[in-house]
Design a protein around this ligand. Structure first.
Ligand code: ADP
Ligand code: MG
Length: 282
């Protein structure tokens, strides 16, 4: 019963990279109050897909992502990665957070090698892999710098390289460009397309920025709140199976404005219900 084959659950759909099935998360606020932060969330992500989890602030996107990362446990439901049940953190799921999380006292290269060092990868191989991923995020020239010497965008590139160097089966990102200024954010999104095209990694990215979702994603899952659940499951079909190299290309594509308008309506419906609800505090 301990072989990998035996662990593949009959409930999972092997056609998908990631399957999230009816997950819910209930938080206890105090002795007498519990809240359903997310409820009955189900979706699937295909191998090689960039999937965006989009929705207004507070709808439970981070809660869902943390459960997929294994940092939190769902109160109900189940999740499967490559057909295997998710149960706790694992290096098959690499996470990039909004705020930079590298070690200050290590160089860029040492940061990228850190996970591999912990996993016992020999020095030579570590170095080669670090070089490869530093090149991918365009930081080769800065490998001997310390994180504090880098801009916010460059620090996020270190985090991406470090996470990818561990060879995750899926890359999980929680508002990774949310703290960056607008032009750095566009550059990072464009760089991200290049990273995915060359590494072929599957990505699940959380964002509340609808343009970011449209630009990056092949697949968008829109979440609504109170409790957080999936409201729409859609695909960026107007891209005709390609991804855009830059934002201008996206803006000129027919179908972009319709998609943007549709998402804006969904987002506005959510904010309107929050404004109208006298018990809502956010
Ligand atoms: P988002 O990432 O979409 O902004 P979150 O997942 O952070 O939303 O939060 C969803 C809801 O769950 C919010 O109402 C938030 O206050 C609540 N929540 C998140 N984490 C906790 C926690 N550890 N304890 C209690 N409530 C929480
Ligand atoms: Mg969040």
């Amino acid at each position: 019963m301990h072989s990998n084959i035996a662990q593949i659950s009959p409930n999972s759909d092997a056609a998908f990279k990631l399957s999230v099935k009816h997950i819910g998360k209930r938080f206890r606020m105090d002795a007498s109050t519990e809240i359903d932060a997310v409820s009955n969330v189900s979706f699937d992500v295909k191998e090689g897909e960039i999937c965006a989890l989009l929705g207004p602030s507070g709808c439970g996107k981070s809660t869902v992502l943390r459960m997929i990362a294994g940092l939190d446990r769902p109160t109900s439901g189940a999740m499967y990665l490559d057909g295997r049940p998710i149960d706790g953190p694992d290096k098959s799921r690499g996470m990039v957070f909004q705020r930079y999380t590298s070690f200050d006292w290590m160089t860029v290269q040492q940061n990228v090698e850190y996970g591999m060092r912990i996993n016992g990868i020999p020095k030579e191989q570590r170095r080669d892999r670090a070089d490869q991923f530093l090149k991918l995020v365009k930081l080769s020239k800065f490998k001997n710098a310390y994180p504090r010497q880098l801009s916010g965008g460059m620090q996020q590139r270190v985090a991406i390289a470090r996470t990818l160097a561990n060879g995750p089966s899926i890359l999980l990102m929680d508002e990774p460009f949310g703290a960056l200024d607008a032009e750095t954010k566009w550059q990072m999104q464009e760089l991200m397309i290049g990273i995915v095209e060359s590494s072929r990694v599957t990505v699940l990215i959380v964002t509340h920025d609808l343009e970011e979702a449209i630009f990056l994603a092949d697949h968008i899952i829109f979440m609504s709140r109170h409790p957080g659940t999936v409201k729409e499951n859609m695909f960026t079909r107007f891209k005709l199976g390609r991804r855009f190299a830059n934002h201008e290309e996206m803006m000129e594509a027919s179908g972009f404005h319709e998609m943007e308008k549709k998402l804006m309506h969904l987002m506005r419906d959510e904010t309107r219900s929050a404004f109208d609800d006298p018990t809502s505090s956010d």
